[in-house]
Design a protein around this ligand. Structure first.
Ligand SMILES: [Zn+2]
Length: 90
């Protein structure tokens, strides 16, 4: 059996098969996106590997949102580092 991991881009955190993401990533998502994922989740889909198209759509929105959020944070951090070089020791 393969280990099921978090669906966030670049995250390899092992999570229960019925969970979509690890806790830190999951709770970073806005509640409406989390609700959409749960709304379209069908119990047992992780076993028969047949999630609905609606679920895949919601899942895709979640990973896309999270990736955009990560990029934004990365840019903010980069800007902050550019403006405060001594703060980061370089
Ligand atoms: Zn994760």
């Amino acid at each position: 059996m393969t280990v099921h991991t978090c669906h966030a881009v670049g995250c390899n955190e092992p999570v229960d098969a019925k969970l979509f993401m690890c806790k830190p990533h999951w709770f970073t998502l806005p509640s409406n996106i989390r609700e959409a994922v749960w709304h379209h989740y069908r119990p047992g889909q992780e076993k028969d590997k047949r999630p609905t198209l609606e679920y895949l759509g919601a899942a895709r929105r979640a990973t896309t949102w999270l990736e955009a959020f990560r990029q934004k944070k990365l840019r903010e951090w980069q800007q902050h580092a550019d403006q405060n070089p001594t703060l980061f020791g370089f």
